[in-house]
Design a protein around this ligand. Structure first.
Ligand SMILES: Nc1ncnc2c1ncn2[C@@H]1O[C@H](COP(=O)(O)OP(=O)(O)OP(=O)(O)O)[C@@H](O)[C@H]1O
Ligand SMILES: [Mg+2]
Length: 447
């Protein structure tokens, strides 16, 4: 469509073509009913659909809608976050929010994000067509400016990997840093975001003293421009990885996620991740050990959640609880990959026992190697760079390979139980271990 088209007398574009509309809503029935409604009006044409914000952002460049009808509550990137991104990256496309949320708070958020109109469900055909036409008209200057993507034509968003644990000290930071280095070594653009806001130590693992951190990004007024985030990145030499470091002082965390935020209604962490994923193929997030707002924001955006544990009862006790929250309450099932770190160490449980005790498949096992891991931590060089042949590095390499290979693969079912066939004798011995384990991890007897 010409960028100079404007709405004509009969409501079509002046080029006589219908207004191109895309429907973004996770409810299929809603998409179908809107489609059916709009079929009756020749001034508009539905040219595409998406189930959530990320899918919408992926499809907009090829579908090139004039107006996007955007739901708010959707899994993945919600409608508010998606609206901000559409307005920034595809200003020639106008957004009309369609939501069951009638609250003024939602309305204000949507308008601040740049939506042109707001319809509360259920709505009638006249209101819908009216809102589409109005949004199209209001967006005429942006179309006329022929504004195109600010994102250098990037159409594919980076993958977010969130490394999380329910017990401290199990190896989140070690895994994040080495995995990032391994993925970068395979030729990919990677950024590590240290969201352990109070005591994050990615900078020490990479042997750098950052001049800037995440807190500097959050001191920005208005929407966070991509170059502001880039300026805050540190580039540890010879790693191929960019790092957005945690604040240099725990007190500063409040400026990122707490009351001291410049604008307490904003999720700076969410905005930063969304900005980074537009520019990097991989966003690796190191987290604090809690289910606080910052962690939840990262988990929600993650295609892959690496839940790190160690093969000992205290860690498994909390991992069992975290798993149930992640898979049942938060419904992240298919994205959660269990990582057993410090595996095969003296006195540790077998990985198979971990899987059985948690009733969850172990996706990755990283062997225990204190000599290599601690020496690397002390030298400020991730071991994947310096001790590449060691089993601990090979395990990280295999993990990177698997992630890269599964870049397109989502939605596998959570396996109910690890098969793990045992021999008769082994089974009797392990049966005792398993019963004891379950009693310790689930004292009330139920899983
Ligand atoms: N596979 C391993 N074998 C031996 N030591 C390891 C292994 N992985 C990590 N470590 C060591 O364990 C310690 C804790 O690791 P790390 O800091 O990565 O854990 P964390 O989960 O990030 O901790 P926190 O909860 O404090 O953020 C470090 O000294 C690290 O070198
Ligand atoms: Mg850590």
């Amino acid at each position: 469509m010409s960028s100079l088209t404007s709405i004509g007398a009969e409501g079509k574009t002046s080029a006589g073509k219908p207004i191109r509309v895309m429907i973004v809503d996770d409810a299929r029935e809603l998409r179908e009913s809107v489609r059916a409604m709009l079929r009756l009006d020749e001034r508009v044409e539905v040219v595409g659909e998406a189930e959530d914000g990320y899918q919408a952002l992926e499809r907009i460049p090829e579908v090139r809608p004039d107006v996007v009808l955007m739901d708010i509550n959707m899994p993945g990137l919600d409608g508010i976050g998606a609206t901000e991104r559409v307005v920034e990256e595809h200003p020639e496309t106008a957004v009309v929010i369609i939501s069951v949320e009638g609250d003024q708070e939602y309305f204000r958020k949507a308008m601040r994000a740049g939506a042109r109109d707001y319809l509360v469900k259920p709505f009638g055909m006249d209101d819908l067509v009216g809102a589409i036409r109005n949004a199209y008209r209001l967006n005429a200057p942006e179309r006329a400016a022929g504004a195109t993507s600010l994102r250098r034509g990037a159409t594919r968003l980076g993958q977010v990997v969130c490394v999380f644990s329910s017990k401290g000290g199990v190896g989140k930071t070690t895994v994040t840093a080495n995995l990032a280095v391994a993925v970068a070594a395979a030729g990919h653009r990677v950024v590590v975001v240290d969201l352990d806001l109070e005591f994050g130590n990615q900078a020490t693992v990479f042997g750098v003293t950052p001049r800037s951190s995440i807190v500097d990004v959050c001191r920005t007024q208005g929407p966070i421009p991509s170059d502001r985030v880039h300026k805050a990145l540190t580039h540890p030499a010879g790693t191929g990885v960019a790092l957005l470091a945690a604040p240099p002082d725990p007190e500063l965390a409040a400026e990122v996620e707490g009351e001291a935020r410049a604008d307490p209604t904003r999720s700076y962490v969410g905005e930063i991740i969304d900005t980074l994923r537009a520019d990097f193929e991989w966003v690796m997030v190191d987290t604090a050990t809690n289910f606080g707002e910052t962690t939840l924001t990262a988990l929600d955006r993650a295609e892959t959640i690496l839940l790190v544990t160690t093969p000992e009862v205290p860690a498994l006790w909390s991992t069992a609880r975290a798993l149930s929250i992640l898979t049942e309450r938060l419904d992240y099932g298919a994205r959660v990959k269990l990582v057993v770190n410090r595996a095969r160490g003296v006195g540790g449980l077998l990985t198979r026992e971990v899987a059985e005790a948690l009733n969850y498949q172990v996706a990755f096992e990283i062997p225990s190697d204190g000599a290599v891991a601690v020496a690397a931590a002390n030298s400020g060089r991730p071991f994947f760079l310096t001790r590449k042949k060691k089993p601990i590095s090979r395990a990280i390499g295999a993990m990177a390979q698997e992630l890269l290979g599964s870049q397109e693969v989502h939605g596998q079912e959570r396996p109910r139980r690890v098969a793990g066939e045992l021999s008769g004798a082994e089974s009797r011995v392990r049966g005792v271990v398993r019963t004891n384990l379950l009693n310790l991890i689930f004292p009330s007897g139920g899983q």
